[in-house]
Write a protein that binds this ligand. Sequence first.
Ligand code: RE
Length: 365
Amino acid sequence: MNSIKILDNDSITAVKLLPVVIEITSQERRMIKDAAEHLQKKYGSYENRDFIRHVHQLASYFLPERILNMAADFASDFSKDQYGALIFKGLMDIDQENIGNTPANWQSADYSKFNLYGFACALVHGALPSKPVQYYSQRKGGGLIHAIIPDEKMKETQTGSGSSTDLYVHTEDAFLKHQADFLSFMYVRNEEQVPSTLYSIRSHEVIGENYHPLFEPIYKIPKDANLETGMNEEDTLDSVLYGNKKLPFIRFDAAEQLFSSSIRQSDKAQHYLEEFWEEARHLIYSDFTPQAGDVILVNNHLCAHGRSAFRAGVRHIDGIEHPCERRIMLRMMSKVSLIDMRGHTLTEDPFFVIEEHLGKNFQHF
Ligand code: RE
């Protein structure tokens, strides 16, 4: 259903698995907005733990039935036809005037302006059902939503604040055992028209013999570019593929595992990674350019994400450069189970993950 079928004489050939695109109707958009406004009145902020604790019930109550059904299917479909990303086009109308000028960086963002959108994103995760969480390993927590804003000073980096280089495809927090299960990316503005990139492990025709080495725990997976590299950090290894042998999940970060100068994989690991990347890189999908109000929902065990390089604050119209407001994206991450990762969450807040690197927690908690 979610692959493009081409009629080739008499036979139907599946060309490539693609993410499902769902056009939100104006009636559905109205329902979501009404729900977000109602919940904002009741709970104040999407950070309110009373809201987050009840997010599944509230999602069932408030979200359009079609979205509830799609989310429920998405959360437990790991089949060969499941790409691992859903694109909701026009989930919310964004009040651009209220947002105002894009701040210089995420540190200076006014989160009260994103409050309504936070409620909407949380409800979508709630429908999966999965619980919004935050990670100390990113921005020391920093709340259930992270605003991703290009920062002039960070433009060369492989982080959300970067812009001038391609952000290689990666599963989020590949260096954590308890990485997010699901991610949402809500585009507040993308005037530069930057395409998002997605890469699904399901895009490979088959996971055959030559993939077996990727199930071995022999690959270095360093902490990401947001963190200073710890001095006494032992090289911890993990597999790239895991779960079901025929229809596996993936933990992978191209920039960190393959192209980082500070990391040296073993010859064997490097060989298998390169072989894998040689096939994977041709399966990256970059034909979707998100518009304001669109949401990409990702299963972080099936689908990696990234984005193309761009010049922040510049848009091209008929080949001519025009200044524009810089891009803003809101990222939310969620976990299906708070119980499985309880050894890695704050005593007082099971929604706050303190895992530092592959099962090891930050020491000062
Ligand atoms: Re990411």
